[in-house]
Design a protein. Sequence first.
Length: 361
Amino acid sequence: MKGFLAGFFAPWVISAFILVMHLGLPARKITGYVHDTRTGEPLRYRLNGLPVMAMTAAVWALIGYSGLLPWDWLYLHRWSSLTGACVLGVLFSVAVVLPAKGTGRKFISDLYSGRSENIQFFRGRVDAKMFLYLAGAILLALNISSFLAHHLLIFGMGQSQGVLLYSFLLFWFVIDYLIFERVHLYTYDIFAERVGFKLGWGSLAFYPYFYMIGLWAAVDLPCPVTASWLLVIYTCIFFAGWMLSRGANMQKFYFKTRPDHAFLGIMKPGVLSDGRHTLLCSGFWKVARHVNYLGEILMAVGLTLVLGRPALWAAWLYPLYYIALLFPRERSDERRCAAKYGGLWTEYVRRVPRRIIPGIY
């Protein structure tokens, strides 16, 4: 029971530590894309994801080196830790939804999707959405390191290349987000989502535990026989997806912050405008209207393949999740854009007929 409670409250303690670090460490003060509905002014954010990640990793490493906890402690307590994270996510969701004004929908719908679009605490020093993503990313990184440590402790020099590569690519995924934390302020999640169970539980429980489902499934398995050239191809699939996702988001970010800037020095912004609104329709945004979603799916597929166990069905839940999430989101985004831009969006659809997959869909 004592061990269960330790694991149960581990995500609570880690999240609290991340919050303290986020509040205490120096941060960039950034003006975002979203406006405060009360004042009409752009929201301000404190962003310090990389320093918070570095400090948390340093403390975790110190605990491991000191012998206070084994390197694979989070793996050993994975089920109680997951349970604690789920409870924390539910409690957070209820705490932010109950005090907010209802939207006119059923409570269960409000609880799931949220009532408030943007919530900030501590006099604006902590933005709920950005903190949730930060906490989820760092807890995911700690889980990856613990699962990887467990694999190495079991197999030593006979470790699986797939598990090592999978862990490296997931670390890349996390660090990439923290490096480009500012860019996230211009994505769908920030300007369209509300803060409720979907975002709260999703960031505190689903994100740091489910995104590494491949490690859950393969960490205790011996090294499979996978040709090196296949691992290279699978890694290229991941990075092809990364280039689509990161490239599309960066191009849109530069367009919104520096409209006349040629992205990467070669992609001059081609636009559609009706005098009030302007849409980017060049570069990545010329091949498909949501090509960044294709990038996310390809990264998930590449991650699953590098494990070298294509028959391991549990690992495929990750790319299937992205398909289930992003295809309906694309439809929702289309409706929102059609309502906002009207005829301008109709013209954009005419010029860029593919939704997600260039030349196909």
